[in-house]
Design a protein around this ligand. Sequence first.
Ligand code: PLP
Length: 520
Amino acid sequence: MLNILQLNPNPPSLSPFPLHSTTKTLNSLPNRPQFRLLMASTPQSTSDFLTLRPYQHPPWASKLNPIPSHAFSLGHFPTPIHKWNLPNLPKDTEVWLKFQTSSIGTELRSSRVSNFEYWNQVEIESSFELRVLEPSRARAWHSAGLALLNYTPSLYHEELSEGAEKQSDLTQPGLSEFEHTPGWDGFLIYADENFSLRKRDDLSGMQLSGNKVRKLEFLLADAVAQGADCIITIGGIQSNHCRATAVAAKYLNLDCFLILRTSKALVDKDPGLTGNLLVERLVGAHIDLVSKEEYSRIGSLTLTNLLKEKLIKEGRKPYVIPVGGSNSLGTWGYIEAIREIEQQVQKGTTGRSFDDIVVACGSGGTVAGLSIASWLSELKTKVTAFGVCDDPDYFYDYVQGLLDGLEAGINSRDIVKMENAKGLGYAMSTADELKFVKEVAETTGVILDPVYSGKAAYGMMKDMAQNPAKWENRKILFIHTGGLLGLFDKAEELASSVKGWRRMDIDESIPRIDGTGKMF
Ligand SMILES: Cc1ncc(COP(=O)(O)O)c(C=O)c1O
């Protein structure tokens, strides 16, 4: 976290509260940028982040049952959609990308502030909210995935206490820096008890990113409704779902117990701190290791039940989330994702609607939600899922179970096309798959995780190369489901394909030129 304001130990005495609604622009700032490359879309206000909200289902989902009553706001939605310039596509084929990473909205908010130094030493008192409203950019963000925009400095609109007169001068130089944080489409600043304002770079979505957040919004609302004081879930040693659950649980002040599957050779050893494990261990999740053999002999249901009974005996109130958060309740997360895509398409963000949605399938909940919702809604986009750990028949059956749990009354085979992309098996990558991940990163800047989206995109591109006529003229939305932390587990395997480095060649006679900045 970056402290952006100094606490003024002796704030000027301007009481009673002196500020009034006022509007300022930064147009007068010298050297302001002319253009800005927009890298993300703006999600809705973040003021409801972490709140439990009554759930309003999309009208076209009314025949599903049961419909959840509440959801937590855990993710920052909508996630952006933008064109993905993959090389070697069939004729007139377009691929667009929807990220499941989170981003944070345009809001400057402070709470429970009594006195602190504001840009121009304006004293602010009592509880209030400061919002940065940036209409021109907000509109543009809503309608753009990636775009080069004319840069209009922000309008800072203060909504402060009644009857105040004094204007604050918001031309503090630091402010313009916030607007250019790479990869951010806005910023959230809040004041803590120490009255220092902070930029929430930690909320970029890294720990909570990915497709699991959507499911957790519903699952954790149910856990809280049932009075749980801790969460149990289960997955592979680098499970993104387990990491997202561990983080989300801590946000909600719930303890988290993870059962992680690893190899027989490693099950009695410290699992280390690579990728997702580092995050899980940092947030204090309790980790129980089981071997792959134990896992397949006993099954995830019995394993979670064993831990559940143990915790109940210890006086705890555990709530169990199944592998990948993939039960019928979690499926609602991806029903919502279709509502989001439908709205983005309706707003014209993406031009004409999509012919295909392509996504990775691991435990089945993501594709179950996407396919039933696409079928029920106006979108009616064909969904193709590339299975990364099992065969199509297994997934058709699993998704069928989830659809039956929603009383959807439809056959999974009628609404989704399952393809096999498991290759060597779950979380095992062939040299070709890793080469593909590397090439996509190098040619498009998009980082695919090797376990899910990497395999799915590889499967899609392979199919395009083998059956180009099938994909020609189609507009495809590829859903990038996150999982970037899993990449760290493959660092060694990727090492030989990444570019080298060199020591910079600097002649000793080259003189120093002092520039801006005090860092060095
Ligand atoms: C990054 C990532 N992408 C895709 C998936 C697959 O989603 P699902 O388990 O809902 O099929 C998972 C989890 O399994 C995941 O962690």
